[in-house]
Write a protein that binds this ligand. Sequence first.
Ligand code: ADP
Ligand code: MG
Length: 408
Amino acid sequence: MKFVRFITRNAALLNVPKHIDYYAKFSPSPLSMKQFLDFGSTNACEKTSFTFLRQELPVRLSNSLKEINLLPDQLIKTQSVQLVHSWFIQSLIDILEFQDKSPNDPRVLEDFAEALVTIRNRHNDVVPTMAQGVIEYRDAFGADPVTCQNIQYFLDRFYMNRISIRMLINQHTLIFDGTTKPGHPSSIGCIDSCCDVTDVIRDAYECAKMLCEQNYLGSPELELAEINAKNKSQPIEISYVPSHLYHMVFELFKNAMRATVENTTSSTLPPIKVKVALGRQDLSIKISDRGGGVPFKKIDRLFSYMYSTAPRPTLGDHQRTPMAGFGYGLPISRLYARYFQGDLQLYPMEGYGTDAVIQLKALSTDSVEKLPVFNKTALRHYKFNQEADDWCVPSKEPLNMAAYKSGK
Ligand code: ADP
Ligand code: MG
């Protein structure tokens, strides 16, 4: 038995590039929140989920695998990127093993769910490992603006795809794990169809506050106001993934607290003010601090995967969660917001403070996965980024107007 398994694995391995080419030709199929919810409630059918995922996961994995090849050679060659690449290949092989198996065999479904858990665990460290590769590359070769832009473009798409793959895997494994969850009737997998937004915000605040107190021996208070324009007397609830919302606001609170503490000279810290508003289409969350803001010019840099103002925590240092460090808080949070067609933006007022705004879709039909697709447009992005800017770049030297003087 073991021997046969060994052969099939190697047979699949030989054909991996062919399989990648095949699956990368498909565009991923984005699901809406409503589809995720329907799938987990009335129509929960493990066989359908199995047949969908054994096609869709290879498509999403192969799209990312194709795009990795467009990174600078020296970055691809780093040990870290090679490692991440090998995880993707192995996970693709793991799923390809199910292509000819019958959904009607309960054993197959069981093995598939197990394979998904293995894949999820294998990919746990993709973000810090990839980050390590980028740091190694930057330290060895520097980073010109074009390369920086390409790496930024790549990582946004790569991490977004990763969020989506984890979402698919989580939904399947949570919904079909054979247990009922009596405590959470509104939860379908990792989605809560009645996610209490201010509850999640308060939880994230409390956790950030604890960290802040460990680091700075003090923390700003929270002032929270909610405006439910749809139903004034009701708490604000939307269909959302609470862990995604938590991730975003937790990161924003850590940043707001750090800025507040580090920029306040008086003994009382100004509070962090949060406003949550639910309209017909949008759910908006504004987190305002008085931590001095940042110059407008630097905004792009704050969302860059290659920038943080905090001292870098060492990898593997699991003793204490740092307040800040890898500089990934903002860019990854923005991806979570964008994943279901929302967004996250910072509006700093230098010298005063910062408003961080999260916009999410209020309707589950509008919350549709935003997924990268590897196609000619993406390819062109990497290839033609080198062309000259179509806006003038102001020169550092003042123009010598003497050359234009007309002779009298
Ligand atoms: P990290 O916190 O790990 O440095 P982030 O992506 O969370 O990474 O933030 C990047 C940088 O943006 C921070 O280091 C900080 O300089 C700046 N920043 C973020 N939020 C704020 C804020 N509310 N006020 C002032 N600066 C901020
Ligand atoms: Mg941060």
